[in-house]
Design a protein around this ligand. Structure first.
Ligand code: 6R9
Length: 638
């Protein structure tokens, strides 16, 4: 891609205004400048949010892997595309060049074909963070098969539900995986899950931990011998712009997970454009996103966005605390990482530990720090800024969703002045609206409301797999002609946006709307507090009152807890006002979290309301054990 970057705030506003006034011209220019098209589009955009139907670059033909791999070979063939950092720091890093990536993807694509996978077939990928994961996504895309990656931490039941929903013919997995000092029997989980999936004909198995596993005759095949026998040339399948590229499941507030369907051309240009601008990516930078490819962040900003830019993207197999809490920083120093992208939950966990773990390493290569997945609280923001970025690397707090495909609100580094806890300004092409509960747009600044998007952007999901009506109902029915995000946001005096949390997390106390995030921010400011979560519970006078679950850095003696409760409420009063004071504060060992690190408030709400006999499915939690400790009021880790 060209070297063009937005360089200062005024330029951002110019680009933004143009992108809003002439969205089709704007995106057409992005598409024309940077990509390989087998056939040009007939029409840039057609859309109707009532159906809803959105089409970008209709008539165009392309293959995304030609754009992510083939076209780099001439000038970047020997450049590292994927830098694989294993779980065990003693094991060698692997550098996969663009040329090697080309060969490995082509071989893998030929294996898929030889196993009967054709354009439009769904392939489930259940792999740890090893190179085969990125390669298998690209191999599917090479032949036009639709990949459906399931995070390899989900249970057998969760896996089976997703395989059946998308009617996958094949599952790609490994014998097992490493996670810190542990190993996980992935193939065992797949066996249990696939037993409930009549649609699965083949299971391909990569070797990672060399464990003894069962191979089911007629269904299971070792990957390596098939790769060895395959040719390293595979003609790319020429796809329509709107052909589905992948399905990725996200959990809704109710019902079964939603298989969000992303299409090819729009997703490609949007992830490429946002990657380059939000990370200020320059040729020869080394970029690292710590997410797992099992989440949208990994799809868009480990695989497709970086590779479409010919970047070097790091894949890390391990965890932040193995062999110790310095692992992230050791890797930053070792590979001279320039852009580092992680989640607030990881930052908070590391901020609890001794600063020596950070200070030991040379982090001077860092130029941009990213945050994604949840609101970043003020304390974590400062810790990240002070200790990792040394106050010289801008933090890009990027707001977006599985459904949006790419980042939507974020500072442009070195152009947009950052402000702690603010995702700041919409990216070019993104038209936001804040709506009130009567369906009216709230104009002006210093206001808050429900965050909606008024105009299509290229990477938006096109439907929910097999259930278009649910797609319409969930995202396009709350507000006329708008995509509703499910989040609340405020717009400050200069037009910066701050995400205030899921709208379903809003708690109304004595008629005042309170977002959970600002209260949690305030509590986390207390020096004894590691993390907290707020929910509402019924109250005679106030309607709802606030219940806080608080993790302390050190449990300490219980006689001190009463004082701590007072101090926490004092801080809340100082930050927000007495209205936001908590009626109940429970100190706890942990908070129930989803695999991607989001607090499951639904469960905490039930505990706060004493409805513990009906907690719903907790099997997909990262830490299901913690639920019983909270119910018991125990401060001891199980
Ligand atoms: C990319 C991703 C989406 C939800 C989203 C919002 C929350 C994500 C955020 C953020 C505040 C940010 N969220 N980024 N909240 N600030 N920078 O995380 O996708 O897993 O689908 O989650 O996450 O609530 O609606 P996904």
């Amino acid at each position: 891609m060209s070297n063009y970057h937005i360089k200062h705030l005024e330029e951002y506003y110019q680009v933004y205004r143009k992108s809003i006034r002439y969205p089709e011209v704007f995106w057409e220019e992005v598409a024309e400048e940077h990509f390989v098209w087998r056939k040009r589009w007939d029409k840039v955009l057609s859309w109707d949010f009532t159906k809803p139907e959105v089409k970008w670059f209709e008539g165009a033909k392309l293959n995304i892997t030609e754009n992510c791999i083939d076209r780099h070979l001439r000038i970047r063939g020997e450049k590292t595309a994927i830098l694989f950092e294993p779980n065990n720091p003693e094991e060698d890093t692997q550098h996969i060049t663009y040329q090697q990536l080309y060969e490995r993807v082509n071989k893998f694509a030929n294996v898929l074909k030889s196993q009967g996978i054709k354009k439009g077939d769904r392939v489930c990928i259940y792999l740890p963070m090893i190179p085969e994961l990125a390669i298998s996504l690209l191999a599917c895309a090479r032949i036009g098969a639709i990949h459906s990656v399931v995070f390899a931490g989900f249970s057998a039941t969760a896996l089976a539900t997703r395989i059946n929903d998308a009617d996958c013919k094949m599952v790609i997995t490994s014998d097992g995986s490493y996670r810190g000092s542990k190993t996980i029997d992935l193939k065992g989980i797949v066996d249990e899950g696939v037993a409930q999936c009549p649609c699965v004909e083949t299971v391909l198995v990569a070797k990672r931990i060399h464990s003894e596993i069962n191979m089911k005759e007629g269904r299971d095949q070792w990957l390596q011998p098939l790769l060895d026998a395959a040719s390293n040339e595979c003609e790319p399948e020429i796809m329509d712009a709107e052909d589905p590229l992948f399905i990725l499941y996200t959990s809704g507030s109710t019902g079964k997970p939603k298989g969000m369907v992303h299409s090819t051309a729009g997703y490609m240009i949007y992830t490429a454009y946002t990657f380059k601008n939000v990370f200020n990516y320059r040729e020869n930078d080394v970029y690292w996103c710590t997410a797992d490819i099992g989440w949208i962040t990994g799809h868009s900003y480990i695989v497709y966005g970086p590779l479409a830019n010919g970047a070097t993207t790091v894949m890390f197999e391990g965890v932040p605390n193995y062999p110790d809490f310095g692992r992230f920083w050791e890797i930053v120093e070792k590979h001279k990482i320039n852009q580092f992208y992680t989640a607030p939950t990881a930052i908070r966990a590391l901020a609890k530990e001794n600063l020596d773990y950070v200070e030991k390493y040379d982090l001077s290569s860092l130029k941009v720090l990213g945050s994604v997945g949840e609101p970043i609280n003020e304390e974590a923001w400062h810790w990240y800024n002070d200790n990792v970025g040394k106050k010289k690397s801008p933090i890009v707090d990027t707001w977006w969703q599985t459904e949006t495909g790419g980042m939507m609100i974020s500072p442009i580094p070195y152009a947009t002045p950052t402000k702690p806890t603010y995702a700041t300004l919409p990216l070019p092409g993104v038209q936001l609206a804040l709506m009130d509960e009567h369906g009216n747009e709230i104009t002006g600044n210093q206001v808050d409301g429900r965050l909606c998007i008024k105009f299509p952007w290229p990477a938006m999901a096109r439907t929910i797999w097999g259930n278009h009506e649910r797609y319409r109902e969930t995202y396009f029915s709350a507000f006329k002609n708008m995509y509703f995000t499910g989040d609340g946001a405020l717009r400050d005096e200069v037009g910066y946006y701050r995400i205030t949390g899921r709208v379903d997390d809003v708690i109304i106390v004595s008629g005042h709307n309170l977002g959970t995030a600002p209260i949690e921010d305030a509590i986390n400011e207390h020096q004894a507090v590691a993390e907290s979560a707020i929910v509402g519970f019924p109250h005679d006078v106030k309607g709802s009152a606030l219940y806080g679950f608080v993790i302390l850095k050190e449990t300490g003696e219980s006689r001190k807890h009463e004082n701590l409760r007072k101090e926490i409420n004092q801080i809340i009063t100082e930050h927000i006002g007495p209205i936001a004071k908590l009626d109940k504060i429970q100190f706890t060992v942990g908070l129930p979290k989803t695999r991607s690190g989001k607090i499951m408030r639904r469960i905490l709400r039930k505990i706060a309301c004493n409805e513990t006999d009906n907690l719903g499915d907790i099997s997909t939690l990262l830490n299901p054990d913690v639920v019983q400790s909270i119910i018991d009021g125990s401060l001891v880790k199980k």
